[in-house]
Design a binder for this molecule. Sequence first.
Ligand code: PLP
Length: 512
Amino acid sequence: MVAERKIETIEKASSMNMMDQTRGLNYEENLLWEKAPGDHPGVDLPAPQNSTLRTGLAARSTVGLPQVSEPQVLRHFVRLSTKNYSIDHGFFPLGSCTMKHNPRLNEKVARMPGFAHIHPLQPESTVQGALRVMYELQNILGELTNLRGVCLTPAAGAHGELAGLMTIRRAHELNGQGHRKVILVPDSAHGTNPATAAMCDYTIRVIPTKDGGRVTVEAFKEALYANGGDGKDVAGMMVTNPNTCGLFEREIIECADLLHKAGGYFYCDGANFNALVGKIRPGDFGVDVMHINLHKTFSTPHGGGGPGSGPICVNESLRAYLPSPVVVQDKDGSYHLEGVDERPTSMGRLKGFQGQFGMHLRALAYILSHGADGLKQVSEDAVLNANYILSQLKEDFYVPFAGPCMHECLLTDKLQKDVGVTTLDIAKTLIEHGMHPMTVFFPLVVSGAMLIEPTETESKESIDRFITVMKAVAADVKSGDTAKFHDFPLSAPRRRLDETKAAREPVLRWKA
Ligand SMILES: *Cc1c(COP(=O)(O)O)cnc(C)c1O
């Protein structure tokens, strides 16, 4: 009797908790405004006496600020800060995103007062060390890509794409080729590629990748010489290598040769450089311009953890048109930012100041601490880890493209879909098991895609845990135990959200 009552009380208490969804030291967090409405000031101030405010200046209505005390504010923000899942929490296999460990050494370097406390408007003579960091990074990125003209200013990968295409456009304009209006883009491209081309006023002509997942010379020729043309209307192509299916584009040199013969430039989306760094140089397979996501390949924090940085690297044919400024070294050995007035062929300024300097520092620290052999090991281990996952799961999930992959592997839900378990269900099941899902439904050309990128910084243990969960999912589906998959995640504070509605009708303002 007594025991029963005890249980009842616990249930009652816990159902009270459930009302505000706070369980297991996992706090449901309301907005500050919702938390403390009303007339409860968070601080005690004496009532004003003999107010010196002139009449007319006193507030006519309440300002509507939340009435909260210091500990309430502190707890609010600390609780919010724990709601972000991050690479520092656990495995984060998002394909295409290269969520790798950010070494703390980089953070230490970025916080050194000589770097952290300078201002972009300081005279160049007082920031020679910072300019040298940028100069060295330019040179190393030029060396790693064999594209020796480097501009560090773009603030993200997509911004690098914009910088690259504007550089190409500027080159064509100054060379009497401004009539070229077509950019060739494979159907498997990241959405930012066609979006960038469209922003630069180009027409997009799609290269179909067909069944193999790769661009073939055949398909490329069809696109280059479409409608019986000679390719002279083509300004360039944007190709990711390795591509978004995790495959190396084997016929890329032939395609680049044909493009160059027709007078176009080859833009390489370098977001997947993690698979190649230290092994091969994109300038050697025909690339004229490429962006690098420092926040992917060179481990600077991203995804809520820090700003992106997307430097572009170009070969000699495009160097004169690069955005400004770039850091140059003068004859006396000092460094300075070369402005548009010194290089009038430049496509111009892309943003305020010099880009994300803190990220330049972290990337340089990362590169120097790895060295040439370390960077080579990075890409080898990244590719090995992805292939390990592929080899372990290829009997359990459908593999759309045969053969080994590069730094990410692609699976689909084809074997599970017939009995009603989709890629979405599998992703939600991973959340239930305390794991961030892989990238889902991308690339768009592959139905039910699951793109998995473990990166080189994951341990075999964490990769094995992922494989175990994925295998268990496949086994449960095979045994017919499928109903539960539609309910996952059960333990997350929010379960299945209407993501389409959230995207289409975002509520961006709090209203009482
Ligand atoms: C990440 C990524 C981009 C865009 O980079 P952002 O820094 O997010 O703007 C472009 N293309 C590919 C293939 C990517 O993976």
